[in-house]
Design a protein around this ligand. Sequence first.
Ligand code: CA
Length: 229
Amino acid sequence: MRVLIVEDDLPLGEALAAGLRQHGHAVDWFPDGVQADAALAAAGYDAVVLDLGLPGLDGLAWLRRWRGRGWALPVLVLTARDAVAQRIDGLDAGADDYLVKPITLDELAARLRALQRRAGGRAQPVWTHGALDWDPAARQARWQGRPAELTPREGAVLEALLAVPGKVLSKAALQDKLYGWGADEPESNSLEVHVHRLRRKLHPSVVRTVRGLGYALGPCNPDAPGAAP
Ligand code: CA
């Protein structure tokens, strides 16, 4: 998933961004709410990690503003130890979860997965569609129970399609899930390459090409004939 981090503590922000990237996510990190606000308006994020103590307008004020615009994406707030009132204010302002500093990366990643699950209306930690299983915690895909070795980017493409079964994602929307700003520019055909490899490693019916529009999750049916290239 693509995650936006708003944290003015530079070493912490850098560590969180690097750590979540290692967990296979596309991450953008900004030290203040003004830049984060502009980023949220410009790209499709799946979750926000929001520090409450920020320079200028604080995190709570930004959160209220975003909820006031009807933005429904999951927000996890970071708060200082012993700041119970701040946590309550954060939840009441529209936060979905919180973590008390000092935080551990593994817990942050697990809580983001839980938020993503809830946002997708899922209760099960492993996502299943036809013969396909995807475990977001282990970043592991299985076809008819058989594990497939996917690269982080292939996993990200598969997860983005699985998150919205039945919906067509444009190539631009999929690229959005793969690369944060400042990441190496994707090769023009890299998305096609990822899709080709997903079909080869799992099954041709995993990804459906919708001509002129983009890609959608396929039927994931082992008996389906080979998909169009
Ligand atoms: Ca802070």
